[in-house]
Every structure is written in C-alpha cells, then in structure tokens.
Design a protein around this ligand. Structure first.
Ligand code: ITT
Length: 195
C-alpha cells in the first residue's frame, strides 16, 4: 500500500517506515511535488497533526497522515509539550532544545516525563486520530548518538539506557511513535479503528 506521510523530518520518516515494514511504501510531500513548509502552529498535538495532514491533502489531493509529537515533563508543567520543536529557538535546534531542558530541570527531584505522539490520518474524506505514549525520565546528562531530538536525555521506564543508546528496533517497539503507528497500520489493514 502506498501512503503519503506529511513530514519534513527524515528521522521520523525512517522510523515510521521501519515500523510499518515492507507492506507499506511511504511517499513524502516532496515526492508529491510539495516543497512549501508545512505549517504547525496550533496549541495541541491533535491540532497540529490535523493541520499538517489537511495542508498536504489540500495541496496535493492525496490521502495522507501526519505525526505530531511532544515531550511532556511533569516538573515543568508538561513543557515543552506541543512546543518541543521550538523550545529554545524558532527553528528545530535539537542541541539547544536539549540544553535548555536540562537547564530548566536543574535541581528538580522529579524528572519524570513522557513522549506523546498523535497521528492524524485523512482517508476517503474522513479524519482519524491515533495516539501513543511512552513514560520515562529525563537523565542528568546526554548519552548515545542514535535516534534524534530529545532521545539522548530520555530513558524509558524499565531500561538503563536512553533512547539514543538503545537499538532502533527497541525504541520502535516501545516508543510513543511505535504505538501510534501500529494502531494506524492495523486500521489501514483492517479498516478497524482500535484507538
Ligand atoms: P514534522 O515535519 O513531522 O512536523 P517535526 O520535527 O517538526 O517534524 P514534531 O513537531 O512532531 O516534528 O516534533 C517536535 C520535536 O519533538 C522534534 O523536533 C524533536 O525535537 C522532538 N521529537 C519528536 N519525536 C521524537 C522522538 O521520537 N525522540 C526524540 N525527540 C523527538
């Protein structure tokens, strides 16, 4: 099955295509001739995921899905949350975002956090949402060079290593995105929304 993934993040593209496996071929906005930046200025993950998917559907005519993900840190009142990509700057500066997170958490005893992903799918004129989350802790220092974004400082519950130290297969098996993408895949295969 061919489906358009409304993302400009190549790390996400790689993860999602690994999770979906060979039965699905993912097309990017660029593959559909769309080079404009995809807007994401809503104040919830659901709002942003729908905004991205609707933008690509309107511009290209293709059914598609989009992922919006946030890191929610308890001691920071759920921040950076929906602003995870733009926490430190207007851009997607992963190093600056991570440094700011560690600084803001300095001295706090509670380092619990979760990643949450919302996927919006537009198919046959209808919209569907799928969610996934993983709970864990923000480490004191960065560790590992796999993954992307906040992975070097996120240690999932039940593991001694960060997402950036764990093999991609392990991250994909237990992650926020893994859970949401498997729900999406199940729906695409069977037509049953098990959200
Ligand atoms: P899109 O083109 O799909 O919008 P994006 O990078 O803007 O890509 P999001 O807004 O969903 O993606 O993600 C917000 C930020 O959260 C992202 O820039 C990363 O820094 C971080 N992030 C998302 N998923 C992550 C993951 O699995 N591990 C670590 N950090 C992640």
């Amino acid at each position: 099955m061919k489906i358009v993934f409304a993302t400009n993040n190549r790390h996400k593209l790689e993860e999602v295509s690994q999770i979906l496996g060979p039965a699905f071929t993912l097309l990017t906005p660029a593959d559909c001739g769309l080079t404009e930046e995809i807007p994401e200025d809503r104040d919830t993950l659901e709002g942003n995921a729908l905004q991205k998917a609707r933008f690509v559907k309107e511009r290209t005519g293709y059914d598609c899905f989009a992922d919006d993900t946030g890191l929610e840190v308890a001691a920071l009142g759920g921040e950076p949350g929906v602003r995870s990509a733009r926490y430190a700057t207007d851009g997607h500066d992963h190093a600056a975002n991570t440094a700011l997170l560690l600084k803001n958490l300095g001295g706090k005893a509670d380092r619990s956090a979760r990643f949450r992903t919302v996927i919006a799918l537009i198919l046959g004129g209808r919209e569907y949402l799928f969610e996934g989350e993983v709970r864990g802790e923000i480490t004191e220092v960065e560790a590992g060079d796999k993954g992307f974004g906040y992975d070097p400082v996120f240690r999932p519950d039940g593991y001694a290593q960060t997402f950036a130290e764990l093999p991609a297969e392990v991250k994909n098996r237990i992650s926020h995105r893994g859970e949401a993408v498997r729900k999406l895949a199940e729906f695409l295969r069977t037509g049953i929304d098990n959200k």
